[in-house]
Design a protein around this ligand. Structure first.
Ligand code: DOR
Ligand code: ZN
Length: 346
C-alpha cells in the first residue's frame, strides 16, 4: 500500500547551519526539503551586527549547491551592547528577520548573551516599534534552578515581564519542551508563537538517560517527562497556528558529542520531514502537517507561503536513512527515532 501527501514546501523556523566545512555538509540536507530557514547566529564569534549577518548570508549562499534553491532568513545575536539603530537598519535592509535572545551561558556558544535584561530594554522597544520579532532561548541560567525547570522559570522571570512591558513585540518561544510553555502560549492572545522541534515530539528524558546515557539525544532545552512530550504532540498536531516547526537541527561532530562533557544538539535536518509525517499520522493528524511545517510560520513572520510543494510517500518497507553525515570536520550522527519510519520525501 502506498500513501502520499503533498504539502506546500516547508520552512524551518529554527536552524543551526554553522560555518566552513560543517556548513558545506549540512546545508544541502536542509535545502533538499525546505524553502527557507531562520538561521541561528550562535557562531564563534556570534553574528551580532548587520554587517556580520550580510557576510554570513553570503557564505551560506556560496555554500549552496548550484542545483538547489534556498533562502536563509538571517538573525542577529542579541548582546547587552547591541545597537538599536544597527538592528533597525538590518531590518530595513530586509535581510534580518529576527533577533535572537540567548541568556548568557544557557547553551552552545551563548557566552556573549544577556545577563542583565534591563540593558536590552532599548533594543526591545525599537524592535516592537519596527515589527521585528524576538526569538528566545527560553531557559534561565541560574545554577540554583534545576535544569528540568529552567524553561518554566524563564517564562515567569524573563519572558512574561518582557511581554508585559512590550505588548507589541512579536516573540517566538523557541523549541518549547513543557506543558507550562504550551499553556503559556495558549493563554496569550497576540504576538506570541512557539516553535517545536522534531526530536521533542519523539523523545522524553528516559530516552536520554534510561539504560545508558545517549549523547545523541542530549539537546537544550533538555527533553522532559513523557507528559510534556504528549502535550507538545497535542500542540503541534492541533492546527493551532501559534505552533510551528523549528527543528533546532544542531550538528556537532561525534567526537564532541561522545565525550566526558558532550555538546547539546540533535541533528535532524536529514530525516525531519519523514519523521514528522510518521508522528502526525500516528496522531491521526496528517491533515495538520502542512499547517505546522509550511503555513503557520510564514503567517507569524508575515511572509508568503512557499509556492512550490513537497511530496511525502509512505511505503511498506522501512525507509533507510544514513546513520552519519560526513563533514570535513568529522562524522555527524543523524537523529535516530528508535523505531522504523515508512515515510520518505520523494
Ligand atoms: O541543543 C541545542 N543545540 N540547543 C541549543 O540551544 C543550541 C544548539 C547548538 O547550537 O548546538
Ligand atoms: Zn537552537
Amino acid at each position: 500500500m502506498t500513501k502520499s501527501l503533498t504539502i506546500a514546501r516547508p520552512d524551518d523556523w529554527h536552524l543551526h547551519l554553522r560555518d566552513g566545512a560543517m556548513l558545506q555538509a549540512v546545508l544541502p540536507e536542509t535545502a533538499r526539503h525546505f524553502g527557507r530557514a531562520i538561521i541561528m547566529p550562535n557562531l564563534v564569534p556570534p553574528v551580532v551586527t548587520h554587517a556580520q549577518a550580510v557576510a554570513y548570508h553570503d557564505r551560506i549562499m556560496a555554500a549552496l549547491p548550484s542545483d538547489m534553491t534556498f533562502e536563509p532568513l538571517m538573525t542577529l545575536y542579541l548582546t547587552e551592547n547591541t545597537d538599536p539603530d544597527d538592528v533597525a537598519a538590518a531590518h530595513a535592509a530586509g535581510l534580518v528577520k529576527a533577533v535572537k535572545l540567548y541568556p548568557a551561558g544557557a547553551t552552545t556558544n551563548s557566552s556573549s548573551g544577556v545577563t542583565n535584561f534591563d540593558k536590552i530594554k532599548p533594543v526591545l522597544a525599537k524592535m516592537a516599534e519596527i515589527g521585528l520579532p524576538l526569538c528566545t532561548h527560553g531557559e534561565v541560567t541560574d545554577h540554583s534552578v534545576d535544569i528540568f525547570d529552567r524553561e518554566a522559570v524563564f517564562i515567569d522571570r524573563v519572558l512574561d515581564p518582557i511581554r508585559r512591558e512590550n505588548p507589541e513585540l512579536k516573540v517566538v518561544m523557541e523549541h518549547i519542551t513543557t506543558t507550562t510553555a504550551v499553556d503559556y502560549v495558549k493563554s496569550q492572545d497576540k504576538n506570541l508563537g512557539a516553535t517545536i522541534t522534531t526530536h521533542h515530539l519523539i523523545i522524553n528524558r528516559n530516552h536520554i538517560l534510561a539504560g545508558g546515557i545517549k549523547p545523541h539525544y542530549y539537546c537544550l532545552p533538555v527533553a522532559k517527562r513523557e507528559e510534556h512530550r504528549i502535550a507538545l504532540r497535542a500542540a503541534a498536531t492541533s492546527g493551532d497556528a501559534r505552533f510551528f516547526l523549528g527543528t533546532d537541527s544542531a550538528p556537532h561532530v561525534d567526537a564532541a558529542k561522545e565525550t566526558g562533557c558532550g555538546c547539546a544538539g540533535c541533528f535532524t535536518a536529514t530525516n525531519t520531514m519523514a519523521l514528522l509525517a510518521h508522528v502526525f499520522e500516528e496522531d491521526g493528524a496528517l491533515d495538520k502537517l502542512e499547517g505546522f511545517a509550511s503555513k503557520h510560520g510564514p503567517a507569524f513572520y508575515g511572509l508568503p507561503v512557499n509556492r512550490d510543494s513537497l511530496t511525502l510517500v509512505k511505503s511498506d518497507t522501512a525507509t533507510s536513512f544514513p546513520e552519519k553525515l560526513t563533514s570535513g570536520d568529522g562524522p555527524v550522527t543523524v537523529f535516530d527515532p528508535g523505531f522504523p519510519i515508512y515515510w520518505d520525501v520523494t
